[in-house]
Design a protein around this ligand. Structure first.
Ligand SMILES: [Zn+2]
Length: 102
């Protein structure tokens, strides 16, 4: 009976060892800071590429001149309004200023 208990303990110890070694390996591959904490290897995730999800989260704004919807980072903010291009921003500013430069 005691042998079975020892065997179970041994199996647990072996499992723990394998897990620790694996965590240390992944930690070394990811960052190289595998000094002491072997159980913390999974906390640091690699940074995902930010292009895809960022476009989805970007708000759309409407051009005050032509009404085209464009992403906020692509549009030009002038005052409290947004424009699809510099040309439209200029045109709107000229119209608001009272004199048309054309
Ligand atoms: Zn426009």
């Amino acid at each position: 009976m005691r042998q079975i208990f020892l065997l179970v303990v041994f199996i647990f110890a072996a499992r723990w060892l394998v897990k620790t070694m694996r965590a240390a390996q992944t930690g070394t591959a990811a960052r190289g800071a595998a000094g002491q904490g072997a159980s913390r290897g999974q906390a640091t995730g690699a940074a995902p590429p930010q292009r895809g999800p960022r476009q989805l989260a970007e708000p759309m704004v409407r051009c005050a001149v032509c009404g085209v919807h464009a992403p906020k980072s692509d549009s030009i903010a002038f005052g409290a309004q947004y424009f699809c291009s510099v040309d439209h921003a200029r045109r709107h500013a000229a119209a608001a200023g009272g004199r048309d430069g054309r």
